[in-house]
Design a binder for this molecule. Structure first.
Ligand code: WQD
Length: 337
């Protein structure tokens, strides 16, 4: 029996692949490499010592996906494949609804055809919207402020409805907070296409000299130092959370939702200071206006994952900054040679 990782060559998917293999699972990766690199598979072989069984293709291609299920004895799916740039989703909503929603619907149909009833979904804290107050708990009303966020809200609902209709289904929605860091080997990490939207890859590229300075979007928020506060979680802790969630999913039916965060918020300035101190580098910055759509503070109540999954994040902010820098300095151009 194998675990299928859609989008398994991506940032979260590749780190989850390492932890699944380490936990003794056989995995199959499906990826169209639209936001990842085939080189990741070579890196995974070096880290795990195992040749990765993968298929290069899109989950939108039903014939292709059916074949993957025909050729492999799939026990469960961890569904990472999606576009995830908030700003791009506002400019190109149809690209996001088509890829993220239709891709999921094709996947669910193929799973049904092959009687595969277990799915863990890569959701996001973005579903908590702008109005909920941190610490955020899983029972809060979900909403969105952009097409990317709406696809996460809608897919969570689709999965919950499917699990209600088919009593053999087991659905786990995992709401990630802010995944950062990299595997300790420095062989896999976050490799955004073009100029990074997210804070830590941007900090890393300033530190290595690829970018001139960091723009800090607003220092007039109602936070301890005025800059935005987020729940940054090490991607390896997040990956281990997927293994814990999969084990729980395989033992149950119905639908479940869990926050995967540390339960602690750090500000932009705290990250910059920690990154500089831990790595002995400089990160010049300028204060700019707030970024549209940003909220002041967002962090998890992660107690449910602790109680039900027996999982908590263990790595420190210093670990996250050190591992981010190791990945960036060993791979100045990401996976491009
Ligand atoms: C973090 C903080 C910014 C960049 C996003 C998505 C969310 C999820 C995680 C997928 C904020 C500040 C950032 C910069 C800055 N992705 N910042 N200068 O916005 O919390 O969440 O990524 O699921 O859906 O919305 O993460 O890293 O973009 O921003 O000052 O150049 O850093 O204002 O306070 P965010 P982020």
């Amino acid at each position: 029996m194998s675990i299928l990782l859609t989008g398994g060559a991506g940032f979260i998917g590749s780190h989850t692949a390492v932890e699944l293999i380490s936990a003794g699972y056989d995995i199959v990766i499906v990826d169209n490499f639209s936001n990842s690199s085939k080189e990741v598979l070579n890196r995974l072989k070096v880290i795990t010592g195992k040749k990765i069984h993968f298929y290069n293709g899109s989950i939108l291609d039903k014939v292709f996906l059916n074949n993957v299920f025909y050729e492999n004895d799939i026990e469960a799916v961890i569904h990472f494949a999606a576009y995830k740039a908030v700003g791009e989703s506002v400019e190109q909503p149809l690209k996001y609804y088509s890829n993220n929603l239709t891709g999921t619907l094709v996947l669910l149909e193929v799973m049904r055809n092959h009687h595969v009833n277990h799915i863990v979904f890569s959701s996001s804290a973005t579903v908590y919207g702008m109005d909920n107050i941190s610490p955020l708990t899983e029972n809060l009303k979900t909403s969105a402020t952009n097409p990317y966020g709406y696809t996460k809200v809608m897919i969570e609902q689709i999965l919950t409805d499917v699990a209600f209709a088919n009593k053999e289904m087991s659905v786990t929605n995992l709401r990630y907070f802010n995944p950062i860091g990299a595997h300790e080997s420095g062989l896999i990490g976050e490799a955004p296409n073009g100029t990074p939207n997210n804070l830590v890859p941007y900090i890393s590229q300033v530190a290595i000299g690829k970018l001139k300075e960091l723009s800090i979007f607003g220092n007039d928020y109602d936070t301890p130092d005025g800059t935005g506060v987020r729940d940054y979680i090490h991607v390896v802790d997040l990956a281990k959370g997927h293994v814990a969630a999969l084990k729980n999913n395989l033992k149950n039916t119905g639908s479940a939702v869990f926050n995967l965060g540390t339960g602690h918020g750090y500000s932009v300035l705290e990250l910059v200071k920690t990154f500089e101190e831990v790595n002995h580098v400089s990160v010049p910055f300028v204060i700019k206006d707030r970024r549209a759509g940003d909220i002041a503070t967002c962090y998890a109540d992660s107690s449910k994952a602790k109680e039900v999954l027996d999982w908590t994040a263990e790595k420190t902010l210093q670990d996250m900054m050190r591992d981010s820098w190791r990945w960036q300095s060993k791979n100045p151009n990401g996976y491009q040679s």
